[in-house]
Ligand binder design. Structure first.
Ligand SMILES: Cc1cc2nc3c(=O)[nH]c(=O)nc-3n(C[C@H](O)[C@H](O)[C@H](O)COP(=O)(O)OP(=O)(O)OC[C@H]3O[C@@H](n4cnc5c(N)ncnc54)[C@H](O)[C@@H]3O)c2cc1C
Length: 470
């Protein structure tokens, strides 16, 4: 097993690890233990990191014990929610991984229309349980994505046109901070921390549970995709721009160039109308008429079916690299750049898409939450995907070039959950918000214990061992 590793790689003795183990209700996995490799595997196959120990937490006190242990032993900390950060922030080399995936319980209060969600839950867990009561809240568009990372960075999806971001629907959170304290953050308690959690990522602590506002949704929504030939991409992007210019709150739509199941580029619009079927049919009629599409897959479907419809499109284990920008207005120049750039896509797994942040998202005041680019109407993302490691460099460069080329064509704001490198982190926030986030970091995590993330460094980091950020 990993005895040698345990004592040489991090200098931890077995006796020290045993002490931690005895204080936990959950499990510790070390290098070589059964389950260790599964627990360290994240969505992006490019990430292959080996923590010295993985604490599979089952309670808030396990999380607090893990945090205190990491601080005392001067270990780098990685926090795993759903493991979907493309940067691989859920895992680290040599340090301590706080794995929240067993903390995925979802409790619904149907009277208050709220849900209490474990810090390691996936959107599949939330959607399944809340829909059991005819309720839902804004989540991401893939059921395997984690509630933790998505909410703490903002979180838009098919319901964000009507209900705003996932973080806009957060009512309170239970947080284990860097000193091991357990705090409640809400508008009434630790309101400064609550502000920072809604867009500031995992910088201020480990969220062990989230409380969300829910709304009546479905169970059936009018949703699906229309597909057009790639040759019509320019007109189709222009159509999407007009279609989404003044759409009702009930509608959210994503448009992009994606590979067909045969690996050929196609233009796709994916839409969801969350409201009455009759009104929805009227709203989506232009979608059915434009072109006409090669394929019209829009129809009534369970909300949970929509939410898991594309899970297989970007499977865990393939390697990915992406870069994105927020867009206020889709200009013809931007459309031309997207189309031209896609022509040089290095692999058939490459995607460029525009996803609406949603009307309600855009109406929230900029200063209300740490997520501050409320003028951003679309998230523009170029994602390279590959199986063969020899295609890695070309795919990475392709996404980076796209980012460079689109800089002059967009407003400059970035979505923190689209970042892989931290060098542009500040562009994810307005200046005032960033200053406020640094002040919060100084207050809640002055030694930058939580730095294996989209890292907001404290103004004077008093870090003990490892490097800061990346
Ligand atoms: C296939 C796919 C589809 C996506 N679709 C959308 C979408 O529709 N809308 C959208 O807004 N985003 C989307 N995203 C981006 C997504 O928001 C980010 O990848 C997000 O980081 C995923 O969160 P996670 O918990 O799964 O990831 P993780 O890798 O587990 O965590 C990401 C970051 O959050 C921290 N973190 C996670 N949980 C906690 C917690 N409980 N407490 C403290 N810190 C925590 C981690 O430490 C890490 O720094 C998508 C990503 C993928 C891969």
């Amino acid at each position: 097993m990993g005895d040698t590793y345990r004592t040489t790689s991090t200098g931890l003795s077995l006796a020290t690890v045993e002490q931690l183990r005895r204080s936990l209700s959950g499990q510790i996995l070390l290098h070589g233990d059964p389950g260790y490799d599964e627990a360290r595997t994240v969505w992006n196959g490019m990430i292959d990191k080996r923590p010295a120990l993985i604490v599979r937490c089952t309670s808030t006190s396990d999380v607090a014990a893990g945090v205190k242990f990491a601080r005392e032993q001067e270990l780098l900390v990685a926090v795993r929610g759903g493991g979907h950060s493309a940067a691989g922030h859920a895992v680290c080399d040599d340090g301590l991984m706080i794995d929240l995936s067993l903390m995925n319980d979802v409790q619904v209060d149907p009277e208050k229309q709220t849900a209490r969600v474990g810090g390691g839950a996936l959107w599949a867990d939330v959607d399944r349980t809340t829909q059991g009561h005819g309720l839902a809240t804004t989540g991401g568009t893939f059921s395997g994505t984690g509630v933790g990372g998505l909410t703490l960075g903002g979180g838009f999806g098919f319901l964000s046109g009507k209900y705003g971001l996932a973080c806009d629907n957060l009512l309170s959170a239970e947080v284990v901070t860097a000193d091991g304290s357990v705090l409640t953050a809400s508008n009434d308690q630790n309101a400064d921390l609550f502000w920072g959690l809604r867009g500031g990522g995992g910088n201020f602590g480990v969220v062990t549970s989230f409380e969300f506002q829910l709304y009546p949704v479905g169970p059936t929504v009018l949703a699906g995709m229309v597909v057009h030939p790639i040759e019509r991409a320019k007109e189709a992007f222009q159509f999407y721009r007009e279609f989404t210019r003044n759409n009702p709150d009930e509608l959210n739509a994503i448009a992009g160039i994606v590979p067909s199941p045969e690996g050929m580029p196609t233009f796709v619009i994916l839409a969801c109308y969350n409201g009455s079927m009759e009104e929805g049919e009227e709203v989506v009629r232009p979608l059915r008429e434009f072109g006409p599409p090669l394929m019209d897959g829009i129809g009534p479907m369970p909300y949970t079916t929509l939410q898991s419809m594309f899970d297989e499109a970007f499977p865990t284990g393939l390697s990915y690299y992406w870069k994105g920008r927020l867009v206020e207005e889709i200009t013809d120049d931007l459309i031309d750049t997207i189309i031209e750039h896609y022509e040089h896509a290095p692999t058939p797994f490459s995607v460029i898409n525009l996803q609406q942040l949603g009307n309600a998202t855009n109406r929230v005041p900029k200063e209300a939450t740490a997520f501050s680019h409320r003028d951003g109407r679309y998230d523009l993302l170029a994602m390279g995907g590959w199986q063969d490691p020899s295609e890695a460099d070309a795919s990475i460069q392709w996404a980076r070039d796209f980012y460079e080329h689109t800089g002059p064509l967009t407003s400059g704001g970035l979505y923190v959950n689209s970042l892989i490198e931290n060098d542009t982190l500040q562009s994810a926030y307005r200046d005032e918000s960033f200053e406020r986030l640094v002040a919060l970091k100084d207050k809640y995590d002055p030694t930058n214990l939580f730095r294996n993330n989209a890292n907001i460094a404290p103004s004077a980091p008093i870090s003990s061992t490892s490097e800061i950020g990346d």
